[in-house]
Design a protein around this ligand. Structure first.
Ligand SMILES: C[S@@+](CC[C@H](N)C(=O)[O-])C[C@H]1O[C@@H](n2cnc3c(N)ncnc32)[C@H](O)[C@@H]1O
Length: 309
């Protein structure tokens, strides 16, 4: 089962109006969605998103609530679904709890884990797109290197990419443990690692296969248009790249539109679109001791400025 991270803190930050319209962009196993529904009044509504067909099946079987609807797809397409429901500029809150869920990691056949043997899949949306094996067995060496270096901050990205390309024609990559062992053997034994040698590479490949950072950027580009004045964005990230994107986005929205230097700055032009609410929030020690996944979580909250519609 998935243990939701920063559950109470995120729901308290998100809900400002019990009869509002809210979006949970990352339904997972519905931990946050259930808590949101528990805090909403009879006229409140919640629209959930998940890319993973298993999350959709779970929602259909486990949540029966007239105030709730789940849409199968990426949160990057949130704007059109919100618009289709007549809610553009009307949302009271958007929650994102990024990354993978525990069921995704724990099921060996999903291919996310370097601890359990399974097909090298790693797609959150198993109904579409290229698997990790398909990509690794065809991608340019330079692209593999880029993904490992940028998304995994892997020091040995160049070497790992070269060895993958050297091997794959004789013996294509198909299984998670095969790839994990292969990477472990490439990294020099003299290098002291705190985590398994394949941790960074698996994370990088997963981020690439699921276009995780692109989806986040696409969603953020629509946030100001989707929120009602006073509406909130709450994002829980588990990775420094994601958190940097969210932090820089909120900062840019706080500064307001960029004005060319030779144009006099008017009051309107200086208006921010969003303001941060409080500082970044981390899980308390008690939560970290119960759920190790929460240790790397960081939550940021922003609110659409009143009069900005
Ligand atoms: C960390 S889990 C969310 C757990 C959830 N908050 C809970 O309490 O059960 C992340 C979920 O978001 C989904 N997901 C990740 N990126 C997504 C995207 N771009 N669009 C839709 N769903 C996404 C994953 O499939 C996964 O089920």
């Amino acid at each position: 089962m998935h243990q939701s991270v920063l559950l109470q803190e995120s729901v308290d930050a998100l809900i400002t109006k019990a009869d509002g319209f809210y979006v949970d962009g990352t339904f997972g196993r519905g931990g946050h969605s259930r808590a949101i529904l528990g805090s909403l009044g009879d006229n409140g509504r919640l629209l959930g998103f998940d890319k993973d067909p298993q999350a959709v099946e779970y929602a259909a079987a486990e949540i029966s609530d007239d105030r709730f609807e789940l849409w199968h797809g990426s949160f990057a397409e949130m704007r059109q679904e919100v618009d289709a429901r007549g809610q553009l500029g009307q949302l009271n809150g958007i929650l994102l709890d990024l990354g993978v869920s525990s069921p995704q990691l724990d099921q060996a056949d999903r291919g996310f884990s370097f601890m359990n043997d399974g097909p090298l899949d790693m797609r959150m949306d198993t109904s579409a797109g290229e698997t990790a094996a398909e990509w690794l067995n065809r991608a340019d060496q330079g692209d593999i290197r880029y993904v490992l270096k940028v998304y995994g901050e892997e020091k040995f990205a160049g070497l790992i990419a070269k060895k993958i390309v050297d091997r794959r024609d004789q013996q294509p990559f198909e299984r998670t443990l095969d790839l994990a062992d292969f990477i472990e053997q490439i990294i020099p034994k003299s290098v002291k690692l705190k985590k398994h040698a394949a941790t960074r590479s698996f994370q990088a490949i997963r981020i690439h296969i699921n276009q995780e950072l692109d989806d986040l950027q696409r969603l953020l580009a629509d946030v100001v248009d989707m929120l009602a004045p006073g509406g909130r964005l709450v994002v829980i990230s588990f990775h420094s790249l994601e958190d940097r994107i969210v932090k820089q986005f909120i900062r840019a929205q706080e500064r307001g539109p960029v004005i060319p230097r030779n144009i006099p700055i008017s009051t309107i032009a200086r208006d921010p679109h969003l303001v941060s609410v409080g500082k970044a929030v981390k899980a308390a020690d008690a939560e970290v001791s119960e759920n190790v996944r929460s240790r790397s979580a960081i939550m940021r909250i922003a609110e659409k400025v009143l009069g900005n519609d």
